[in-house]
Design a protein around this ligand. Sequence first.
Ligand SMILES: [Zn+2]
Ligand SMILES: [Zn+2]
Length: 823
Amino acid sequence: MPRSRTAEEILRRLVFLGGPTRAGSAVHVELIEAREAAYADWPEWADPLLVERLRASGVERPWSHQAEAAELLHAGRHTVLATGTASGKSAGYLLPALSRLLADAGGGAGGRARTDEAAAGLRPSGPPGPVGPVGPSSNTRRGPSAAARRASASSASSSGRGGTVLYLAPTKALAADQARRLRELDLPIPPAVCLDGDTSGEERRWIREHGAFVLSNPDMLHYSLLPDHRRWSSFLRRLTYVVIDECHGYRGVFGAHVAAVIRRLRRLCAHYGSDPVFALASATTADPGATAARLTGLQVAEVTEDGSPHGRLLFALWEPPLTDGRGELGAPTRRTAVAETATLLADLAGERVRTVAFVRSRRGAELVSVMAREDLARSGGSGEQIAAYRAGYLREERRALEAALQSGRLTAVAATNALELGMDIAGLDAVLLAGYPGTRASLWQQAGRAGRGGQESLAVLIARDDPLDTYLVHHPEALFGKPVEATVFDPGNPYVLWGHLCAAAAELPLRDKDLDLFGPGASALAAELGRSGWLRKRADGWFWTRPERAADLSDLRGMGGEPIRIIEADTGRLLGMADGGSAAGAVHPGAVYLHQGESYLVRDLDLDAAIALVEAKDPGYATYAREVAHVRIVDEERSEGWNTHCRVAYGTVAVTSQVVGYLKRDSRTGQVLGEEPLELPEHTLTTKAVWWTVTPAGLEDALLAAPDIPGAAHAAEHASIGLLPLFADCDRWDLGGLSAAEHPDTGLATVFVHDGLPGGAGFAERGFAKAKDWLTATMDAIRACECRTGCPSCVQSPKCGNGNEPLDKTGAIRLLEVLLRPN
Ligand SMILES: [Zn+2]
Ligand SMILES: [Zn+2]
């Protein structure tokens, strides 16, 4: 272990080992100095027993942000806590929520005396029940635990006087994990229990009667708890806190669904007379307070000043060199992030620097480990030091790998991004990131894997050849400065909202004041649902009178449209679903489809039967569907003139698109292997778009002559799609675009960027809101690329339906200059 070496020395060595070609690769090196912890005192109102238990679990004193959030929540303010990974956000909401439950269980002021009582043996006997739904039933089997008996004896919760807490996580696993930790605190309150799809009827009854801290997910709320609210009335009436954990996970269409579910919950709480305080926990993003307000429909205070400590970190931004290879239309190609990561991993392993490399797909992770082993063996080292670490491994296999890494028998592993949370490895020296992982939250999660326990560490982000990664390595402030990426969704999306209005009406008749809760478009939407027979209007509101369950109309994780089932041809196994609208792009015949990091080849797509047949196969290349589209403006909702020549607008559009072929690129080298034509039917999507126009005089100012205009606009379109994920938490595949030298609806040179899902996901809207910053970044990204006439790092797009023709890189820069000119 090179404990004696500093991160700078390791980085210098890494650059040296690569010889002259590597000299310019570390485009930027950021030193993040160690940060001391900022502590606060335990709040005076915090329950002494809870404080004692938290101390016993290793929290000697709260960090400043934990105490700040706890105080706000205790004072009844809705609050979002948006601090770094591993900053102990849960203590911020557990302090007030559990203190409240303990006070209720102990009978108010008398609760203080209870501490000794609890210590004297009134705690739950034996170990807390296993994780998840077994909790309550194991209690039922053993008879109620001492804690539950105690809580019942105090007659607080069963008599309907004590408060309740509802905790929501995006996944079942996270809720189960939290429940386990809560039970480990061993407090004299009914045990924390999970309510999810696996919870039996008997367990649910127990939860309704005795549950005080209930952990669930939005899907469960939507399908079960809210439609069944009459049975849950006692729980809802006493609801004091609602915790929404990992709330940055609620984005795009999923975020819109969850926002509607929260509004339905709030309406029912009001009906039963409760007014719970909302506690939200988020990764660090731009504007967490505004996002939390959008999600809940409430004013939310934000806590963003992180008081947790971290070690010294050296963070290098790395751009792989251009190769002699030629890509599409002869464009220069960079060494792939996968190949570059493999070489760096081998070099670090050879230096005995303990390293993990994060790669997007399982195939990528395996490729990195195989190539790194070859590299290391070639330079005389032992390839045995390097392994792949992936989701498909059994738990025991993973633990064995972790132990080998811990003991030094293994020096380096390549892991999939999916494992960034589940890995149990402490104290690594270095982390490699093969490409920007898509969000800053993931970036810091991964980088934070090194240097645990305050020791210093090295992180290297290796750029992929796309515009976003190119921009990031040349604009470190986007990663290390204030966050610019926001979690976005559109709670007003009518394609999402209609099903929830029906579900809400089925729960309780919808009155006019209720509709206000669901946003400005809700009244008109309800009237339309009345006209089309979904809802029925009576004197006292809108009613659901149809026989089916209204909650079944919405699938929170669905994308809209009839989903395509993806089936393994040989086994008949259902692998997953693809959104009907975009299926042609994801599972067209010949597509390489990734499922949980595994690679499948699509044999056949039957759109009528809504089935795609696939076989497990890794052909060694990735595929990119090529799509052509037309855009029609349905409704311009907002617009802004930027100067005499240019306007930016936002609104509803109809996009008609068609997959016309696909491109194959070698997974190792990134070389284009060829293009296959396809003929799939057209598909029309009504969604949201942001677009900008330039007048003919503006084009003249940009020195653009007629033949250049389509190429300039097209190149600007591609790059701007690539850069929008910097501002909105989305992927470039969630977006589409179109450019025209003279669009029929505007009569001008126009560039559209639109959401890829029905009704819009909030991405285009965020693009409009941040248009100046976004398009400036687009221009900077194109300028920063050292290629001459355009490449995948700047203006070429792998999904271009026109084969990346025409593209005019210089013209795009001039066009954006005119657009961004103040006057
Ligand atoms: Zn380029
Ligand atoms: Zn294109």
